[in-house]
Design a protein around this ligand. Structure first.
Ligand code: HEC
Length: 241
């Protein structure tokens, strides 16, 4: 038994490393999937700032309308730029070859990114672009070193520098310093990125909201069934005792 427990921990160690994002502290995304307004704002950020490069090819517009409490016309008018068919998935127009030429690597599809990386990683990633003159786009990212993605949200967030201090011969990250302001305050930007992360978490598993709702009914059913089963058992055993 002991061996089994040790084997289990050894087997899960790499997973822990992955979740920690390479030793960088990840901020808590603290998303709320029951908050439809937050998901709607997240969808807006996604189609305006991400969908030019990244697809979400497993997400259909009409399914999103239903899940986010929007009418199909609202989605058509405000959230659909790359197609006019509500039953389509969220594709992009950019070809893979162009993408490789422009960014050195094709922007990956983001359908399941929240599940692959975790919501805390995503939330931290989106807020961790900083000025680095050595990089082609002039920015680097704290949780994704030498990332090929430009800081597409710089107008909202402004630009920041990473501050490092030397501790015992190592450079240790000590936080960001705002260099130029964005149109949002840091608090507003955090909320916006929480909304976007929530939206991507929803896209990663659209059924999850429904699953939680159904789960409540399942538990209620089990509770009621337990009472019935208990009464039945009492009835059966009455004559034996
Ligand atoms: C101008 C094109 C462009 C836009 C717009 C863009 N990205 Fe990216 N993104 C990229 C590229 C290119 C990469 C690949 C980076 C690499 O592998 O070095 C990338 C990588 C990523 C990754 C990391 C994927 C991984 O491999 O784990 C995430 C997450 C991501 N983008 C999210 C977003 C979000 C969210 C938005 C909208 C706010 C966005 N991106 C907008 C080009 C873009």
């Amino acid at each position: 038994m002991k061996k089994l427990i040790v084997a289990f921990f050894l087997a899960t160690l790499p997973l822990l490393g992955l979740a920690a994002g390479g030793g960088v502290h990840l901020d808590d995304a603290d998303i709320d999937l029951s908050d439809q307004a937050s998901l709607q704002r997240g969808a807006k950020y996604f189609v305006n700032y991400c969908l030019s490069c990244h697809s979400a090819k497993y997400q259909r517009y009409n399914r999103m309308a239903k899940d986010l409490g929007l009418t199909e016309d609202e989605v058509k008018d405000n959230l659909m730029f790359t197609t006019d068919k509500i039953g389509e998935t969220m594709e992009i127009a950019m070809g893979e070859q162009d993408a490789n030429a422009w960014f050195g690597t094709a922007p990956p599809d983001l359908s399941v990114i929240a599940r692959a990386r975790g919501v805390n990683w995503l939330y931290t990633y989106l807020r961790s672009f900083y000025i680095d003159e050595k990089r082609p786009f002039g920015v680097n990212n704290l949780v994704f070193p030498d990332v090929g993605m430009p800081h597409v949200l710089w107008k909202l967030q402004g630009m920041q520098r990473a501050r490092y201090e030397e501790v015992d011969g190592h450079e240790v990250f000590k936080g960001f310093e705002q260099v130029t302001p964005g149109s949002m305050s840091p608090e507003e930007f955090d909320v916006a990125m929480r909304d976007l992360t929530a939206f991507l978490s929803y896209v990663g598993e659209p059924i999850q909201m429904e699953r939680k709702r159904i789960g409540v009914y399942v538990l209620l059913f089990i509770a009621v069934f337990f009472v019935l089963a208990f009464l039945l058992k009492k009835e059966y055993w009455k004559d034996v005792h």
